[in-house]
Design a protein around this ligand. Structure first.
Ligand SMILES: Cc1ncc(COP(=O)(O)O)c(C=O)c1O
Length: 361
């Protein structure tokens, strides 16, 4: 069997959840599990977090997957709904809705239901992504107050643009905007994503929304999860499938992007961009083999990649290789591939075996 696998450590996930609770002891946790729990497996991750007070997803379909899996905690749709006709099913599944533009309010006003819907009003505090602009808020508050099916009090939400950079004063500015424009309201608030949880403690408010840190990675520039006591949840692993001697000046892989500087030995590893390993990872990207890191050499292919083991290597075909995880932080690999750890775990494809370890719920 092809040895390419993602090992998901549910104990590490639980550890990270508890670490988050310690960092923000006065806030309730909305665990962000969108995009298949950042590639870790939506239902398995949610089931392993019985203490999460709420889950957040991006689409109604993700929420229905959770309900079908038996998840009973509240579920929040971070982008609300896309079309008015989705509303009856959303209401039947008891989902909470972020409201971020006027057509959504109109649809709620026209909805014929006896049920009460929990709504979060998204405030655009400066990111200029989703949410109502500050000057629109007084009018929107009034409109929401008149809609019968919306449960009162409503809750407030905003999102940071650059909290991953501690040197960027925009985070402070957004926080100040959110607080000052909503201070007349006694409603519950949520603002902090992973970066806000770690480094903007004044933004914890009533509810925090951790995503990446639950999976053990740090969003902060220049750091890794271990710096904050987090443990990687995903180990992406494979094996050496072939070993080859190269003469000085010979190349490996498509496009001949790397040439041996000396007589050397390369190992071919059974993983490629068809599995989600980033094709744009550069020569020199670290790969873990037998307790050491060796450099990626040449272009990543669809099903394999090459590493330089060196002339004095001790490796054999079948030796374990870790692409990212406990032995090699995904943050470091992401940096070499000009990306962020989010895209690495989200990008793992369906042909990679997902193996779960740790206590199950
Ligand atoms: C609105 C919102 N809140 C929270 C999160 C979680 O972010 P992070 O994974 O950085 O914690 C996201 C993720 O993109 C988001 O879009």
């Amino acid at each position: 069997m092809r040895p390419t696998k993602a090992v998901i450590d549910l104990d590490a996930l639980r550890h990270n959840f508890q670490t988050v609770q310690k960092i923000a002891p006065n806030s309730r946790v909305i665990a962000v599990v969108k995009a298949n729990a950042y590639g870790h497996g939506l239902s398995k991750v949610a089931k392993a977090l019985p203490e999460a007070e709420m889950f957040a997803v991006a689409t109604p379909a993700e929420a229905y997957t959770l309900r079908k899996a038996g998840i009973q905690q509240p579920i929040l749709l971070l982008e609300g709904f896309f079309e008015a006709r989705e509303l009856p099913k959303i209401v039947n599944n008891d989902l909470q809705i972020v409201v971020h533009h006027s057509p959504q309010i109109e649809a709620l006003a026209n909805l014929n239901t006896t049920k009460k819907i929990k709504v979060w009003l998204k405030v655009d505090s400066g990111m200029n992504r989703l949410g109502f602009k500050i000057d629109e808020l007084p009018e929107i508050e009034k409109q929401l107050a008149t809609i019968e099916c919306i449960e009162k009090p409503i809750r407030l939400m905003s999102h940071f643009a650059s909290a991953d950079d501690v040197n960027d004063s925009f985070t402070e500015q957004q926080l100040e905007t959110f607080v000052s424009t909503t201070k007349h309201l006694t409603w519950e608030r949520s603002m902090a994503n992973s970066a806000g949880i770690l480094e903007a403690k004044d933004a914890h408010f009533d509810w925090i929304r951790p995503g990446l840190i639950l999976y053990g990675c740090s969003p902060m520039i220049g750091s890794v999860g271990a710096d904050y006591g987090l443990q990687p949840v995903m180990n992406l692993e494979s094996q050496i499938m072939s070993i080859k001697n190269l003469k000085k000046g010979e190349s490996t892989g498509y496009g001949r992007h790397w040439f041996a500087e000396k007589d050397t030995v390369i190992g071919l590893v059974a993983i490629g961009y068809g599995d989600g390993y980033p094709r744009h990872a550069k020569n020199g990207t670290p790969v873990w083999v037998n307790g050491r890191t060796v450099p990626l050499v040449g272009r990543v292919s669809m099903d394999m990649l090459a590493v330089e083991l060196g002339p004095d290597h001790n490796e054999n075909i079948g030796d374990r290789v870790v692409l990212w995880g406990k032995e090699l932080p995904a943050e470091i690999v992401a940096e070499h591939a000009d990306t962020i750890p989010y895209t690495l775990s989200c990008g793992v494809t369906g042909r990679v075996h997902m193996i779960y370890k740790g206590k199950r719920w």
